[in-house]
Design a binder for this molecule. Structure first.
Ligand SMILES: [Zn+2]
Length: 392
């Protein structure tokens, strides 16, 4: 299959200057050429677009949840079969919204793993999925109702081995309390540095990267010292944490939408009081803290925590908008965080449009560099060189 796309502007996913009036040739699942000439002749499918970007990469999702206001209760009442169906639908909705790769950072069972396989074999429509399996937390820790509780370095290692056995290709650790678990305090440490270090060594042995949920200041530093690849949330970071991020070359996935979606839906929303209280406290600090980290040179990768209250899988564009409006990134920098940088974090080949790279790309109706909202509702989504979705 040969597809040719003529576009007014192309962002390749990096901070390289945009290219104007080019043709993208797609062949056998990959980018065959990006050329200034109009090379549409001979293609089986041709398109015209105002703007072309790589498919978006969401580094932090939970495919089993759909944005319900009370995540913990929803998880506890949902049957395994219902979770499977939800995950399959969220995979499809993500792809239709232009998200061509996701990292699932924790589910109750092996749904995201099975879906990853179903997408790979073509049995189900969805983005490329990089699943963590169950998140690893301390006994009674944040997300215990869906996670694998582990205590002590050897149990943490065993928990990693279990996720690998189930088919996970990355690992999620819980370093501090969180918003959506009743009784968990976001500022408090949970897994110890010693436990995380053991889990990270074990994961590294198997080539698995490790993400740590960390909101509290000290827990962020524990996870960074232990050697995580990415800090998820990181909202209460301080100057010492910023220095550690840079020293360890760790990524920060700020999941702004997780906090903003709760805060913006307080009126008329149905979140439990403890969720509103904790999210509000974080909302008033997160923007300033993450902006400071970005300005200080911390590498930020896009991830929305999709599935948390009012934070839907198909609205990942909102996270990209928030990285621009809240953190002060240019639209192109925010796009880079959600494409090339996220790809680098996940260790995937997608995320950059260049000859020989996987043909995961979006055709937009407007120039995203001029208005980041152009990422909402892409006209055509191409994944692995085939049209995955075309807006009616
Ligand atoms: Zn999460």
């Amino acid at each position: 299959m040969r597809i040719a796309i003529r576009t007014g502007v192309l962002y390749d996913g990096t901070d390289a200057p945009a290219r104007r009036n080019v043709t993208v040739l797609v062949e056998d699942g990959r980018i065959a050429a990006i050329s200034g000439n109009d090379e549409r002749a001979g293609a089986e499918q041709t398109f015209e677009a105002a703007c072309v970007t790589p498919g978006l990469i969401n580094s932090h999702v939970h495919l089993e949840v759909n944005g319900e206001p009370d995540t913990q209760t929803f998880f506890l009442i949902r049957t395994p079969t219902e979770r499977t169906l939800d995950a399959a639908r969220n995979a499809r909705l993500s792809l239709e919204a232009g998200v061509t790769t996701v990292r699932d950072l924790g589910g109750s069972e092996s749904n995201a793993i099975a879906l990853r396989d179903a997408v790979t074999t073509g049995q189900h429509v969805g983005p490329t999925i990089i699943p963590a399996g169950r998140a690893i937390c301390m006994t009674g820790g944040h997300g215990f109702f869906l996670g694998r509780e582990a205590d002590g370095p050897w149990d943490a290692r065993k928990a990693v081995r279990e996720q690998r056995k189930a088919g996970a290709t990355c690992i999620k650790l819980i370093a501090t309390g969180g918003v959506l678990t009743k009784g968990a305090v976001p500022g408090q440490d949970q897994l110890s540095e010693e436990e995380m270090r053991a889990a990270i060594i074990e994961a590294g042995t198997h080539g698995m990267r490790v993400a740590a949920h960390a909101i509290g200041t000290n827990g962020i530093k524990n996870a960074l010292r232990a050697g995580v690849t990415s800090i998820e949330h990181g909202h209460l970071l301080d100057d010492e944490a910023i220095a550690l991020f840079r020293e360890r070359k760790a990524y920060l996935v700020p999941t702004l939408a997780a906090v903003w979606c709760i805060y913006e839906n307080i009126a008329g929303g149905a979140q439990p009081d403890y969720v509103v209280r904790k999210a509000t406290e974080i909302y008033h600090q997160a923007g300033d803290n993450i902006r400071k980290a970005w300005r200080a040179g911390v590498t930020i990768a896009g991830g929305s925590d999709a599935g948390t209250p009012y934070n839907r899988h198909e609205n990942y564009a909102y996270e990209v908008e928030l990285m621009s409006t809240v953190l002060g990134m240019t639209p192109q920098q925010a796009l880079t965080a959600a494409t090339a940088t996220a790809a680098e974090l996940l260790g995937v080949e997608a995320g950059i449009l260049a000859k020989g790279r996987p043909a995961d790309l979006l055709l937009l109706g407007g120039d995203v560099g001029a208005d980041v909202r152009a990422l909402r509702d892409p006209r055509v989504v191409i994944k692995a060189g085939a049209v995955a979705h075309e807006r009616a």
